[in-house]
Structure formats: C-alpha cells, structure tokens
Design a protein around this ligand. Sequence first.
Ligand code: ZN
Length: 230
Amino acid sequence: MKWARVALLLAFACRAQASDSSVSVGIVTRLPGPERVVALTFDACQATHATRLDRAITDFLVARGVPFTIFMGGRFARDHADEVRALAARPGVSIQNHSWSHPRDMRTLTDEQVRSEVAEAADELERVVGRRPTLFRFPGGSADERTVALVEAMGYRVVHWRWAEGDPARSIDADMLVAQTLRRTRAGDILIFHINGRGWHTAEALPRIVDGLVDLGFRFVTVEEGLAVR
Ligand SMILES: [Zn+2]
C-alpha cells in the first residue's frame, strides 16, 4: 500500500519537531479512497469491572443488515463467549482486538507486556469468534511509535478514529450524538462508539444516525472491508 508508506515517511520526517509523544506512525484514522463510505465501530472494553454486550445496538444493526466492527477486549470475549460467538456468526460483523485487560495506557508497558496484551486477546478472540483478528485499537487511543511498531510487527493494522463521538459521557444525549454525527462525518470516517453498556445514549441514537447517513449518501462497511477493497 503506497499511501501507507508515504504516511509513514512523512510521520518519521515530522518526528524531529514533534514534542507530543502520542504522535505515531501507522495509525489508521480514516479509510482510504474517495468513496462515500463510513465504518461504524464499537469498543467492547473490559478492564476489571464486568461489562455487558449492548444488545440493543447489535440487534438493531443486524436486523438492518448494517455491517459494523467491534474492537473487543479479551476479557470481554471470555465473559460473554456465547453472545459473542452467536453475534460473530452473523454476516457483516467484524470482531477485532482491543487488548486483553484494557490497560489504562499501554505506553507505560514493557515491550513484552504489550505483546502479551495483544496475543492473549487474539487467542481468546480466535477461540470464541473462530477468526484471528487483524486489526488492533489501543485502549483510550493511548499509543506511541514504539507501541504501534510492536503491534504492527505482530501483523496488525492499528485503527483509531478521526474524531470521537464521546458517547461514554452521560451528558452527550441522543440528539447531540445524531446532530454531531450528521454534521461531522466525512467520506472514509471511522466512527467510534461503545457497546459495553458505557455508550449511554448510543442505542437510542443509532437508528437516526444510520438513516441520516444513508440520506447523506453514505454506505456502511467494516473497517477490514474499507481497508482492503480500495
Ligand atoms: Zn476501550
């Protein structure tokens, strides 16, 4: 992929002036190409406290035939194995890697700890989902060149977002989610919501978001599809 190489070189070239250690090299923040596609992505984060799969979201998207991508923690997959297995069998559902234990900031981990977070989650996801993940999203988006390079060396693309919905904030209600999404979404955007019970108004907003984006001429793809076809 030529564009990725160019981005990589530019990122390295800019590195000398960059003082922000969170600036990194290979993070995908939008899908390439001019086509009017958008990827709905949902984080299924689980650290130490139990979380749940927000079935109102999955039931709606599956019923509507809208493809989507979930970045799922290994612990989440382990604790919700039956639900996740059934969901993964539906067409258009892509389940990807979001670390084993959702560390607060993976930049503070050693190389070995980073690899272990990724590998343990991958093993669990493969066991539950039946497919090996190919994409990785850092918890909280906290990554730097070292951690991104480690994850890429394991064969992954790192996938974040161009702008965040902020749905873990209770104050962002469904009307606000709908309005900001329809105003801010551009071709190739990767929208990030939460599907672990912490996206407080996401399920309520989603039908209007999907209808609104369709009205604006967008087509939904999984992240894998968006990265592969163009
Ligand atoms: Zn997360």
